[in-house]
Ligand binder design. Structure first.
Ligand code: UT7
Length: 322
């Protein structure tokens, strides 16, 4: 059996840091409220002119270096993003060109905060089937560009960034399983209206903002992530105690704590980056993974549960032997 194994990780955060304190002077909020309700202290924001592809390229080069691979070794590129540089070509195609590799499939996956897990699950299938041997899988978002900076219920939550992994075919696990889900009926709870114009005057630039009924999303996220954790363990006939690390999507520290409780996992086995990075959408899981690999917490052979939940609704998880 062929598995997809993570052979390298990388990430990139834009230089500019926006603190809660700074937000206090622009919207009716407080550092205390943001910290207590979300766990966020600061987030990184892209510079003018900097794009999702710029972040993805930095993260990709770092992941390739850690896997000791060259761009020409890559035969599949998937970018999970909701903030592509352009409607088309795909950010993955632009990234392919930047990396100087040509011909291999390159495409974007749009599953909002679950984008990286979707991209990982798809790349896993390419590798298992023999269609690819070395895949570059990225989660990258500049979600700050989809925010109404006068709306305190959303603008305090998100940050920008990119994370990447190199996946390689291997006889040893690898990804044990990946689980992808969606339920389009929940669109009214979390969406951005802007997009391809549907008719004269219907879509204006002012509509391209994140709209969220946060409290309702929160409750469904907690329930859904609790369910998917059971699904992953059952599919692999594993116990909670078999897991070494939880690498969750970083939307809210209270959601992360609820999932950790469900897994009976102490918080020191959970990788938490939300305090410094906010919710970086598709980038949050690979960013957290890269942080914990680089600081030495995650070691080869550790069993990791990666999970995410986001707009769509979409949700997913992967059980990985690092
Ligand atoms: O990543 C994709 C998926 N997204 C998520 O999973 C996000 C899920 N939702 C959440 O994380 C939380 O629901 C939020 C952090 C968005 C909000 O926290 P909450 O505890 O659910 O607060 P709430 O929406 O029930 O609002 C409580 C109060 C309200 O005031 P009143 O009506 O009680 O007077 C809000 O107007 O907090 C107020 N509020 C704020 N106050 C200060 C909302 N945003 C702010 C703010 N600063 N930034």
């Amino acid at each position: 059996m062929t598995y997809a194994r993570i052979s390298g990780t990388g990430s990139y955060l834009p230089e500019r840091i926006l603190t809660n304190k700074e937000l206090e002077s622009t919207v009716d909020t407080t550092d205390q409220w943001i910290r207590e309700r979300t766990g966020i202290r600061q987030r990184h924001i892209v510079a003018d002119g900097e794009s999702t592809c710029d972040l993805a390229e930095r993260a990709s080069r770092s992941a390739l270096e850690s896997a000791q691979k060259h761009p020409e070794d890559v035969d599949l590129i998937i970018v999970g993003t909701t903030t592509p540089d352009k409607i088309y070509p795909a950010t993955a195609c632009r990234l392919q060109s930047r990396l100087g590799v040509f011909g291999c499939p390159a495409f974007d996956v749009q599953a909002v905060c679950t984008g990286f897990i979707y991209a990982l699950g798809i790349a896993e299938k390419f590798i298992q089937s023999g269609s690819a041997k070395t895949a570059l899988v990225i989660g990258a978002d500049t979600h700050s560009r989809l925010l109404d900076w006068t709306d305190r219920t959303t603008c305090v939550l998100f940050g920008d960034g990119a994370g990447a992994v190199v996946l390689e075919a291997s006889d040893e696990p690898g990804i044990y399983s990946s689980h992808l889900h969606a339920d389009g009926r929940y669109e009214p709870l979390l969406y951005v209206d802007g997009g391809v114009p549907r008719g004269k005057g219907e879509i204006s630039e002012g509509n391209a903002y994140t709209k969220m009924r946060g409290n309702e999303v929160f409750k469904i996220a907690v329930r859904t992530l609790g369910r998917i954790v059971d699904e992953v363990l059952e599919a692999n006939r594993m116990e909670k105690s078999d897991l070494d690390w939880l690498i969750p999507h970083q939307a809210n520290i209270r959601i992360i704590e609820a999932t950790a409780r469900k897994l009976s996992m102490p918080m020191d086995r959970v990788v938490v980056t939300i305090e410094d990075q906010g919710n970086t959408s598709a980038a949050s899981v690979p960013l957290a993974l890269d942080v914990a690999v680089r600081d030495g917490r995650i070691k080869r052979g550790d069993k990791l549960l990666l999970e995410a939940f986001g707009g769509g609704f979409t949700w997913g998880a992967a059980l990985v032997r690092y």
